[in-house]
Design a protein around this ligand. Structure first.
Ligand SMILES: [Zn+2]
Length: 183
């Protein structure tokens, strides 16, 4: 996993805005483009890294071509976490497939918004690069999920279930959320 083959971790990306080359100190470090000054975020970097990872492996029948939603979905639904979250929220009009899709898009947004954290492997082009996705602000995550499913009665048990599902500490689900309780 953390085999040190090279000491050089610097990596070059292409700015999605102006196509200039952006040299990043370490994959995942948000860096401003030297030409247009636009920030090259984690999601844009991941997108390019996955394409680069795929390039020499594209003939392999045992592999699925990865992309950002594919990888992020795999990360957040791992170890039954996806099903747990689905059961915890129990949206009335959404099946698990659609739910997974919606939450995946939310997670991708969360990475650039900062409430979710994506840790890049030391060598993203290794055979089995290990990315780690964690929810750093479970409150903002819960609020975002809440907005996706307005039909759900968001009383405390649901919020706690959401916190549980993402492995957040129960204290993160604060009591007394403004105006959400029907008493
Ligand atoms: Zn640029």
């Amino acid at each position: 996993m953390a085999a040190k083959t090279k000491t050089k971790t610097q990596i070059e990306f292409t700015c999605p805005n102006c196509s200039a080359t952006v040299s990043v100190e370490r994959a995942g470090a948000v860096t401003a483009c030297p030409a247009c000054k636009q920030k090259l975020g984690k999601v844009a970097q991941l997108d390019q890294l996955l394409a680069r990872w795929w390039e020499p492996r594209r003939w392999r029948a045992d592999l699925v071509k990865p992309n950002v939603p594919y990888l992020i979905e795999r990360l957040w639904t791992a170890n039954g976490q996806g099903e747990r979250l689905y059961l915890g929220v129990s949206p009335k009009y959404t099946n698990y497939d659609i739910f997974r899709n919606m939450v995946t898009r939310l997670m991708v947004r969360g990475i650039d918004d900062g409430w979710a954290s994506l840790t890049f492997p030391a060598d993203p082009l290794a055979e089995d690069p290990q990315y780690v996705l964690t929810i750093v602000d479970s409150e903002r995550f819960a609020e975002s999920v809440e907005k996706l499913f307005p039909e759900v009665d968001w009383d405390e048990p649901v919020s706690v279930a959401v916190a549980d599902a993402v492995g957040a500490t129960p204290t993160a689900a604060k009591r007394g959320k403004k105006g959400k309780k029907k008493s």
